[in-house]
Design a protein around this ligand. Structure first.
Ligand code: BES
Ligand code: MN
Length: 459
């Protein structure tokens, strides 16, 4: 067994150059799921990954159509019934790239600078896609076999809230059946290894405020026509009280209190300095409500992500704009129901309509929070792999971010879950996203060990 592990590790290390080349090719697909203009690029990326999976010896390699972007599925199921089946999860779609001028190189032409590979998706989450693919390739090429059964499931719409994944998961329960789900949408931090064991839910919405039938002269009409931008500002200004708590009626009704053990875990997993350094500002918003670690994980939020309307060119323009819009996301915690909260939000925002101003709310994705059992043989398998590779175990971290599909697996399938990531990097969702090249290969080593550990988990 140690021989097979060593053989696979050696294979991974001996094929670095072609590995990086393939990674750069994967990063060249503009698989932006949120923007319909990139629909073809998303599909092309899925098709390329399927070809790679075929090449390394996976079977049933498919691009499966959904109501939205396609899913990539492939498996290798020859380890026998006494070995577990692991459903490995990644997503191949990425976030939009704007603001483009802030990138130091093209987001979809990966560039290596000082040992870092810069491109959109380099860490989130193409490092996960490529890491797993390279690990499976190394094990198959070096040993002709895998130590366990693998179903590899790669989503194409995680970064846009997984709108078609709930019906997809519900309709493919058999295909996705496994002993454990391994979430590889996360990072690899050799200094402070972490495992994300929980994350928040999310609702997105777009609000449009419309007034006069066209932009009006602000001299002629100022004082007699209500300005839609003012109403938008009033709505936005009303979302939080002075302390920073969301004040939509009913918003907090279902929020669960956190027990002492969980509070301790959240505190222990909180990386105060790292968070502050990355933000470049104090983490003081809402500080009277609860600790920073809790506010960033087990308290719900509401944020405006973008706002537009009226004149934004040079100089001034004297108008009362005809309309104003803004985008919102809310992060949800146990046991908030995204559908109920979405309706409460809609009702509250629409109540700002007046005789001359219409307010419409379009709800986008609605996703539940997710949680994993922190004390399982599967978590141990990850911990032991990290310990063998890095000499230390991971902190269990409750994430503030969301992975919509994991909440669906929690509710629809109830499969045990654990997590492991391949990319050490920064600037995810931001300009100049990168992954560190050297530690990516260390992560492959940990990945190879992980699958061998997971192979021993069948009761
Ligand atoms: N990989 C992230 C989620 C994540 C980030 C987990 C940081 C743990 C720590 C994932 O790709 C992501 O960004 N999800 C989106 C989902 C949304 C667009 C529905 C998020 O959380 O914003
Ligand atoms: Mn992301």
């Amino acid at each position: 067994m140690t021989d097979t592990i060593q053989a696979a590790i050696q294979y991974a290390h001996h094929h670095k150059e072609e590995s990086i080349e393939g990674f750069m090719k994967l990063l060249s697909f503009a698989s932006i799921s949120a923007d319909p203009a990139y629909k073809k690029d998303v599909r092309a990326c899925a098709e390329w990954i399927v070809a790679e999976l075929k090449r390394i010896g996976f079977e049933n390699c498919q691009v499966i159509n959904t109501d939205g972007h396609p899913v990539v599925y492939a498996d290798w199921l020859h380890a026998g019934d006494d070995k577990p089946t692991v459903l490995v999860y990644d997503h191949y779609d990425v976030q939009p790239v704007d603001p483009l001028p802030l990138w130091n190189s093209e987001p979809f032409t990966a560039e290596i600078r000082e040992g870092k590979l810069y491109a959109r998706g380099a860490t989130d989450n193409k490092a996960g896609v490529w890491g797993n693919l390279k690990v499976f390739e190394a094990m198959l090429a070096a040993n002709g076999t895998l130590p366990l059964n693998i179903k590899f499931f790669i989503e194409g719409e995680e970064e846009s809230g997984s709108p078609s994944m709930e019906p997809f998961v519900a309709a493919h329960k058999d295909l996705l059946k496994a002993d454990v789900l391994l979430n590889c949408d996360g990072g690899y931090d050799p200094k402070n290894p972490e495992i994300y064991y929980a994350g928040r839910g999310i609702i997105s919405a777009e609000v449009k405020v419309t007034g006069p039938k066209a932009d009006l002269h602000s001299g002629q009409y100022g004082g007699v026509v209500q300005n839609p931008l003012h109403v938008a500002g009033k709505i936005i200004g009303s979302f939080h009280d002075a302390a920073g708590r969301v004040q939509i009626p009913g918003y907090h009704d279902a929020v669960a209190s956190v027990d002492a053990a969980e509070q301790e875990r959240i505190q222990a997993g909180w990386q105060a300095e790292k968070m502050k350094t990355e933000a470049g500002v104090e983490l003081s918003w809402g500080s009277t409500i609860a600790s920073d670690a809790e506010r960033a994980t087990v308290y719900p939020t509401l944020d405006i992500n973008g706002i537009w309307g009226g004149y934004q060119g040079p100089g001034s323009k004297t108008i009362i704009p005809a309309e104003a819009s803004f985008k919102v996301t809310m992060r949800l915690v146990p046991h908030q129901n995204p559908h109920e909260i979405a309706q409460a939000f809609k009702k509250y925002v629409e109540s700002f309509a007046t005789e001359t101003v219409k307010v419409t709310v379009k709800i986008g994705e609605e996703a539940y929070p997710f949680a994993m059992d922190t004390d399982s043989i599967y978590m141990d398998a990850v911990q032991q792999a990290l310990e063998s590779t890095l000499g230390k175990r991971a902190k269990l971290v409750r994430a503030g971010g969301s992975i919509p599909i994991l909440g669906m697996f929690n509710r629809l399938i109830g499969v045990p879950m654990t997590g492991f990531g391949y990319g050490e990097g920064e600037n995810i969702h931001s300009p100049n996203e990168y992954v560190v090249i050297d530690t990516f290969f260390d992560a492959l080593e940990a990945g190879i060990r992980l699958y061998h550990n997971l192979a021993e988990t069948k009761k």
